[in-house]
Design a protein around this ligand. Structure first.
Ligand SMILES: Nc1ncnc2c1ncn2[C@@H]1O[C@H](COP(=O)(O)OP(=O)(O)OP(=O)(O)O)[C@@H](O)[C@H]1O
Length: 614
């Protein structure tokens, strides 16, 4: 039984959980092959940041030298280092030439960065979508019973795209802004620590403001993404059931539901939008305060002889080098919060593990595989109880066995637990208590592939894929994969299935649409039947598999079932009595119990009286 909580929406209750840095590290870890490019992009950013720090100090020293120390202006020395040669205006020209070189190198660095990062976002998007989709293929039925397909689709499409937007458009700007402002901050303190610290004071306020508000911004974004997922689920539900909607004239009902979901999505998107813009104006104000401080305190320091005027110019330049990227960060921070909220929703899926793991044979239960009368036992329930997540017991302490080659029927009232019993036999779920043995071995020790080979399950609502009858018959069947149509028809003939194929106008090439109605429900059941029988399973489960089939075709199916190898065990769930009259044994399934009913008459009595025979 599922010990894992598969309900994604109850995992965090919409609350964000990822910490920024670990989340980033995990994301980058998804793309090991991109690491080299990321490092190169990182190096270009460091070069850009370092070179960007040079012009203000060069300009400051030049102004001081040329305007304040005219007589000695034959060379430029910075902190005792002889940097440039030249006199008077010639020195200014030389400095300008140096600045031009720096600007050009920086230009090249930005281009290189763009090249290295080009496609990173798309690559991430591609990898994430693959990773989620593959994870979905691994998860058990219980996961899909707990989550709406529309919400899952929204996670694959919409949430991954939020990450892509951040990574392709904002990440590099984000990181380079951090580099530049760090460099400018160091330069400010280095030039004059008093003025530097005073200028940086508003940034400390910004940091506190950001720290306090970030969780709120992230939460608003998480709610908005969840609302988009809910809207997508609403669309999926109404499109998936459009016939019922039309037949019951419930268009208004779905319209209202969609309207409510759309309104919620709209209002939460507006709230997220407001939250995302909360930083920018305040950052702008604090940046202006930084400039005011330079003006007030800087002019004072110059007038009292504690600072040279050239450095005041350097300061003014560095202040904008510091606060401009910070202002940019304010805008980028919001897109970062959206991306992290998207990542939270994605990583919820990625971190799930199927609890239907394959156990090692040695650790698991086993039986002798022989019944009291000496027949081979193919399936055994040992004290099995089962309940779906959070609901009452559907089965309680049931023990029984099924022998090789026999036909068993499961009967009982609607909702009695027949499909649940069949699902446990096919290990779509694990029992809450007890154990299911297949060929005397704990069913959990078989790999999914082995299980699928041994057990054929024809579901109550057969699901078909878009393609042809051939594609659907061969789904998951490696053995006949490379057969030509003629060879496959031959194989169907051998299995006695060719009469069923005749029910399709274009035979194996008949088109099938998963969502549409290109074929009838009965034809769908025929395809599911052929698909299961062709695999030649040891155990074949038919869950109401003939409910939509005419009596002539049903007779054909019975014929085919009879011609199955003598070793095939059949488990038939049916409401129609004629379907089960040939069963060797009948089980009555109701109110948590699976009881041997003995004869068909006895089973009918139990069904009519609604009571059990113990
Ligand atoms: N995925 C699920 N989650 C929670 N409860 C479920 C789930 N599937 C079935 N149930 C409940 O388990 C009980 C048994 O259902 P089950 O489908 O096994 O009955 P059944 O005998 O096959 O009915 P029917 O003849 O209508 O097919 C019912 O009360 C049903 O509501």
């Amino acid at each position: 039984m599922s010990s894992q909580n598969y309900n994604l929406n109850s995992l965090t209750g919409g609350q964000p959980k990822s910490k920024t840095l670990p989340a980033l590290r995990k994301l980058v870890g998804l793309l090991p092959e991109q690491r080299g490019k990321l490092i190169l992009a990182f190096v270009t950013m460091v070069i850009y940041a370092i070179l960007s720090m040079v012009p203000p100090v060069l300009i400051g020293f030049t102004i001081n030298k040329v305007l304040l120390h005219k007589a000695a202006a034959t060379s430029l020395d910075i902190f005792g280092w002889h940097v440039l040669q030249g006199s008077g205006y010639g020195l200014v020209l030389t400095v300008c030439a140096c600045l031009l070189v720096i600007y050009l190198v920086n230009l090249a660095a930005v281009y290189l960065r763009t090249i290295f990062m080009g496609g990173f976002g798309q690559h991430l998007l591609f990898t994430l979508r693959n990773a989620i989709f593959n994870k979905l293929q691994e998860l058990p039925v219980a996961f899909f019973a707990r989550n709406k397909a529309g919400d899952l689709i929204s996670r694959i499409n919409n949430d991954t795209d939020k990450l892509n937007q951040f990574f392709s458009q904002s990440l590099m700007q984000f990181v380079s802004s951090i580099f530049i402002l760090t460099g400018a901050g160091i330069a400010l303190v280095w030039l004059n620590w008093r003025l530097g610290l005073a200028t940086l004071a508003p940034a400390a306020l910004m940091w506190i403001y950001t720290k306090l508000l970030s969780p709120w911004v992230k939460k608003k974004n998480a709610v908005a993404l969840k609302a988009t997922g809910a809207m997508s689920a609403e669309i999926q539900e109404s499109l998936g059931n459009f016939k019922v909607v039309v037949a019951f004239n419930r268009r208004d009902y779905f319209r209202q539901r969609f309207d409510a979901a759309n309104k919620h999505n709209y209002s939460s998107a507006i709230k997220a939008g407001i939250a995302n813009n909360i930083f920018t104006p305040v950052y702008g104000l604090l940046a202006s305060m930084g400039q005011m401080i330079v003006l007030l305190y800087g002019v004072y320091l110059v007038s009292t002889g504690h600072l040279e005027v050239g450095f005041l110019v350097s300061f003014i330049l560095y202040v904008s080098y510091f606060y401009d990227p910070l202002r940019q960060l304010a805008a980028l921070w919001a897109s970062f919060q959206v991306a992290i909220a998207g990542w939270d929703r994605i990583s919820q899926i990625l971190s799930l593990e199927s609890d239907l793991v394959t156990l090692p044979v040695t650790a698991a239960a086993s039986g002798n595989g022989i019944s009291g009368n000496g027949s081979t036992v193919v399936l055994e329930f040992k004290d099995v109880s089962f309940r779906y997540d959070g609901s009452k017991d559907v089965l309680r302490h049931n023990s029984f066995h099924m022998e090789k080659g026999k036909t068993y029927a499961l009967v009982g009232p609607t909702g009695g637990g027949k499909t649940t019993t069949a699902s446990l036999i096919a290990r779509l779920y694990d029992p809450t208590e007890g154990v299911v043995l297949l060929n005397g071995r704990d069913i959990r020790t078989y790999t999914p592939r082995e299980r699928a080979q041994k057990i054929g399950f024809i579901l109550q609502e057969p699901f078909l894929f878009t393609g042809t009858v051939r594609d659907n018959i061969l789904y998951g069947n490696e053995e006949y994969k490379d057969y030509t149509n003629e060879q496959l028809e031959e194989a169907l003939h051998r299995a006695g299935l060719e009469t069923l194929l005749a029910r399709f106008d274009e035979g194996l090439d008949t088109k099938v649409l998963a969502a549409g109605d290109s074929i009838s429900l009965g034809q769908k059941q025929l395809i599911a039947f052929i698909r299961a029988v062709l695999r030649n399973p040891e155990l074949l489960i038919l869950d109401e598999a003939t409910a939509n089939i005419d009596t002539v075709t049903e007779k054909m199916l019975e014929d085919i079932l009879r011609r199955l190898p003598a070793t095939t065990t059949r488990v038939i769930i049916a409401h129609r009595l004629n379907t089960i009259e040939n069963a060797d044994e009948i089980f009555f399934v109701n109110s948590g119990d699976i009881t041997r009913a003995g004869s068909l008459d006895q089973a009918v009595n139990m069904l009519l009286e609604g009571k059990r025979v113990s």
